[in-house]
Unconditional design. Structure first.
Length: 692
């Protein structure tokens, strides 16, 4: 590899930055890892505590050979995260009239905004609604909603009363939603009638109903489902009679749109089960605007967010109140170099961790103004993103490599149609960014003016762990550069030895930072085995990593049976278990395969039962099955008929070999453990050459 180009921070960015030099970063970093209690103690002091935490803030055990794994920050401290991100901004910081969110709908003419004071009122109202429905501290609430302000309202209302939210991305299937409701024993589901993704109508309530039916079949009948009228919002909020607070500022499509537009929006009746379903707006009507927060211990659970696990069953990643609060706030401030006056836009869905940490909690803790975008990057046209950037004068923009690669395909012209002159800092997250996409982002989107922060982190880490700081770190395209404050990375070899200097191996972390996950919901043992067993004393990320001669970290991708499709983790096991549910399929193996836009995609091998035929119909059925079981993101790009699969003598499928076959790479490496080599040639000659 030739030496990559280095991009030092522009002097004008450094001059105004919180961390203006690499030297300053190094000083703060040293202190953060040498004296974590003092470092985070000062940060914690800038939040509101009913009962301030006492020293030492941190107690933990990372070594499974010495006993139970645990991490505690500020235990005994009493606070409320919703109070910190809303009430304090309104009451102490005078930000009540400041816009918290500009909401930009799927259709460009659909837009509204909400201030901090208005958001606080709505959250209090909805928190009272939840209390009225019997929700108490510690109860789990499933939220399955599109990208609307009420999604933020619902999550903060949970946080306010100490209920644990479990948000399920609205692209997941009924089966996936059901599985998550059951795993966390949720008592209430909050959803919406539906939404548009581009010109596709998603009847969310229909899917939610299907999930509830499945739950009931599994002896878990959910008693309450709160439904937001989003598609039919105009009937409720724009008829002049509503007492919605704040009044809806959204232009009413009933009045403005031509017939064709109206038709596009017309939607079927929302299915209704009167003994379970409750309209959001009915419940809100009489709810009080004041709601005393539930005062929580710093180590009380804040939320559960499911992420794929290599066994196929998703893991409920648990984050707690205090550590998550101070870490997301601090990373947001330094990584995006946030200043009052910035307009920040993170394109992630709130259903993923990025939307939790960097669309909701992190920005709100800083009193920031964000754009909350419901739509798609290239709908209704390929300039939508750049148009939104100009519309709101976005200064900090955070998106995923897959989106950048998608937009790159259309060339520079759609970007250049808009000035983007407000942009100051660009960010990426979700997967390694290829240098070509990095350079396009830098040169074309940022006009060579804006530093790029390539932020490496995971659902489990809660916030950024490896990342440049825009005023301090010289970037190298494709490298997530250096650890954030409090984070101590190491690279291990297979034997668990720490490698020094230039090296490649397993990426691990040596000590906890405040937002590290605390447990897998309901299964602490799984937490211990997944992250702490392979190398005792370390948190194991599951990612491979290289360190270059200058100490920069480069993520090389997953080294477990996981793959990253468009920045979203999937496990090969969950896809395989969906495929084998088909009556024609005897065995299945799914592997990751390079994809020009998604980064990685699924290439599946299926062995059929005797007498079953491999044809187009079967392929379509299999794709549909995966979509229904997991969701559209998991739809395989390739399905190959495999008369047999390469296995070790003990019967373990050698996915490493299958990955090579999919790529037509005949350099198979060591295959001495392969039980039967005859199948290999057949698999190579039957390769799928084009996407199905
Ligand atoms: C996995 C975590 C963190 C929010 C989105 C994904 C990959 C994430 C980067 C990056 C290289 C990255 C890793 C990680 N990943 N960001 N900047 N460079 N790889 O959250 O679903 O928990 O996935 O995404 O493989 O382990 P997630």
């Amino acid at each position: 590899m030739s030496a990559p180009e280095v991009f030092p921070p522009p002097p004008e960015v450094s001059a105004a930055a919180h961390i203006p030099s690499f030297k300053k970063y190094q000083e703060m970093y040293e202190r953060s890892v040498q004296e974590p209690n003092a470092f985070w103690g000062e940060i914690a002091n800038s939040f509101y505590w009913r009962v301030p935490p006492s020293q030492p803030l941190l107690r933990y055990n990372f070594d499974i050979t010495k006993g139970k794994i645990f991490v505690e920050w500020m235990k005994g401290g009493v606070t409320n995260i919703c109070y910190n991100v809303l009430d304090r901004n309104v009451q102490e910081k005078n930000l009540g009239d400041k816009v918290a969110f500009y909401w930009e709908g799927n259709e460009p003419e659909d837009a509204t905004s909400i201030t901090y004071a208005e958001l606080l009122k709505k959250v209090c109202q909805f928190a009272n609604v939840l209390r009225d429905q019997g929700v108490k501290k510690g109860d789990r609430i499933s939220i399955y909603m599109p990208m609307v302000i009420e999604l933020v309202v619902a999550m903060l209302a949970c946080a306010r009363i100490g209920a644990i939210h479990s948000i399920v991305f609205a692209g997941f299937s009924a089966e996936s939603l059901c599985e998550r409701i059951l795993d966390s024993h949720c008592s209430v589901l909050i959803t919406a009638d539906g939404f548009f993704r581009g010109d596709k109508l998603i009847n969310l309530k229909v899917i939610a109903d299907e999930a509830l039916k499945k739950c009931a079949e599994k002896n878990y009948p959910l008693k309450k489902c709160i439904v937001l009228k989003h598609l039919g919002r105009d009937d409720v909020f724009c008829d002049g009679t509503s007492n919605a607070s704040p009044p809806c500022k959204r232009p009413c499509p009933n009045m403005q749109e031509n017939k064709q537009e109206k038709q596009k929006r017309s939607h079927p009746q929302t299915p209704w089960n009167p003994s379970v379903d409750l309209w959001w707006h009915d419940l809100m009507k009489n709810a009080s605007l004041e709601c005393e927060p539930e005062w929580c211990d710093a180590e009380d659970q804040l939320f559960i967010l499911y992420t794929s696990g290599s066994t196929g069953k998703p893991k409920g990643v648990v984050h707690t109140v205090g550590g998550y609060m101070i870490f997301t706030a601090t990373t947001f401030k330094y990584v995006f170099d946030y200043h009052q006056g910035d307009i920040y836009w993170c394109t992630a869905d709130i259903g993923w961790i990025t939307g939790h940490s960097y669309l909701t909690y992190g920005p709100l803790a800083n009193g920031a103004t964000s754009v909350l975008f419901e739509g798609l990057p290239i709908y209704p046209d390929i300039s939508r993103m750049w148009q939104i950037i100009d519309k709101y004068s976005v200064s900090k923009f955070y998106t995923a490599p897959t989106a950048i690669r998608l937009l790159m395909k259309f060339g520079e012209e759609p970007v250049k149609r808009y000035s983007r002159k407000s942009l100051k800092i660009l960010g990426t997250v979700g997967e390694p960014i290829n240098p070509e996409a990095w350079l396009w982002y830098y040169n074309v989107v940022g006009d060579q003016r804006c530093p790029i922060v390539d932020t490496f982190w995971q659902t489990e880490t809660g916030g950024h762990v490896l990342t440049p700081l825009p005023g301090a770190t010289a970037a190298k395209p494709g490298s997530a550069t250096f650890p954030f404050f409090g984070v101590v990375p190491a690279i291990l070899d297979e034997a668990g030895e720490e490698l020094e200097g230039e090296a490649e191996g397993y990426l691990v972390f040596k000590q906890p930072w405040p937002a590290l996950m605390r447990t897998v919901y309901g299964n602490h043992e799984r937490f211990e085995t997944t992250y702490f067993k392979k190398f005792p004393g370390y948190y194991v990320t599951g990612d491979g990593c290289k360190r270059d001669k200058d100490g920069y970290y480069w993520i090389t991708g997953r080294i477990d049976d996981m793959l990253n499709v468009s920045g979203h983790l999937l496990s090969t096991a969950e896809v395989e278990s969906a495929l084998v549910e088909h009556s024609s399929v005897a065995e299945a193996a799914a592997v990751s395969h390079p994809h020009p836009v998604k980064g990685e995609c699924l290439y599946c091998f299926v062995t059929l039962r005797d007498g079953h035929e491999f044809n187009k119909t079967l392929i379509d059925q299999l794709k549909k099955l995966v979509r229904e079981k997991i969701g559209p993101i998991a739809t395989p790009d390739y399905i190959q008929n495999a008369p047999g699969l390469p296995k070790t003598r003990s019967g373990k499928i050698m996915r490493r070999v299958l990955r090579k076959i999919a790529k037509d790479d005949h350099d198979l490496g060591d295959i001495s453990t392969l039980a039967d080599t005859t199948v290999i040639q057949q698999l190579f000659s039957d390769r799928c050459k084009t996407v199905l």
